[in-house]
Design a protein around this ligand. Structure first.
Ligand code: NAP
Length: 259
């Protein structure tokens, strides 16, 4: 299927590794030029170079913390007018509901709710003016099914989901569609860190922690960044103009629900 987005330009946040990298790779393979971002410059430059070498698309990099005002301003200045926005940032630390104080919540809100909202506020007007745009927010399965140890994620991402639900319907008439992509467990550094938390808490091996998690997934395995990226690219395509404000779950069937 031709996604019809060759020649478009995308900002993919937090994209030197993991799910963001999967999205950047998949968009580049469709001929979309990229602005990629992450905090550490080395892995970001390496990821960008690999994408250029594979696809030949133009890739610009901005090493910056997307959750800080200063970092976001630099990313937005370099990005300029983009047709596609993929929002992403690191996830909050695990813990118990009794652990977190106001500052912890503010940190999670900044990273996983207010940052994607600020990026949309900055870029939606240009997309609306040009009559075409796609936004995919990388959120989490925690929006549909809370993850006990990730209460900060459950909370902040629920707020973003509410913002998107209302806003997506206010911009759809101008050719701009906003949807959220909800990862269940995928094979990334983040998943390794979460498994390490289980290892430390339960005194088991990494293999055992992974096997126990895989046993909770009907697909019997972790997702790949390629699968995630391909789904993201489809959500950014010409074919999704009628798909507005949806929460697309990619979790190997882990959330046991009919709808
Ligand atoms: P990952 O493998 O750890 O990769 C995170 C990427 O984001 C790296 O490129 C990292 O580079 C960049 N990054 C992190 N914080 C950033 C910041 N403040 N500003 C700019 N770039 C930043 O993580 P992932 O698994 O892809 O997860 C991505 C998001 O999906 C997270 O919010 C995570 O909670 C969520 N999620 C993941 C899973 C999963 O199974 N993997 C499941 C549900 C939800 P630098 O460190 O150099 O900045």
């Amino acid at each position: 299927m031709d996604l019809g987005i060759a020649g478009k330009r995308a900002l993919v946040c937090a994209s030197s590794k993991g799910l963001g990298l999967g999205c950047a790779q998949a968009l580049a393979r469709e001929g979309v030029s990229l602005v990629m971002n992450a905090r550490s410059e080395g892995p970001l430059l390496a990821a960008a170079e690999a994408i250029r070498a594979e696809t030949g698309v133009e890739v610009t990099t901005v090493a910056a913390d997307i959750t800080s005002e200063e970092g976001r301003a630099r990313v937005l200045e370099v990005a300029g007018d983009v047709d596609i926005l993929v929002t992403n940032a690191g996830g909050p630390p695990p813990g118990m509901w009794t652990d977190w104080d106001r500052d912890d919540f503010i940190g999670a809100f900044d990273a996983n709710m207010l940052t994607p909202i600020a990026l949309m506020q900055a870029l939606l007007p240009g997309m609306m003016e040009r009559g075409w745009g796609r936004v995919v927010n990388i959120t989490s399965v925690s929006v549909k099914s809370p993850i006990a140890v990730l209460g900060l994620s459950n909370t902040a991402r629920a707020g973003l989901t509410g913002f998107v639900a209302g806003t997506a319907r206010q911009v759809a008439g101008e050719g701009v569609v906003i949807n959220n992509l909800l990862p269940g467990i995928h094979d990334t550094d983040r998943a390794t860190a979460l498994d390490k938390g289980v290892v430390d808490a339960q005194g088991i091996t990494m293999d055992d922690a992974r096997a126990a998690r895989e046993a909770t997934i009907p697909a019997g395995r972790y997702g790949t960044i390629e699968e995630f990226g391909s789904t993201c690219a489809f959500m950014c395509s010409q074919h999704t103009g009628f798909m507005v404000g949806q929460n697309v779950l990619l979790d190997g069937g882990a959330v046991n629900t009919t709808m």
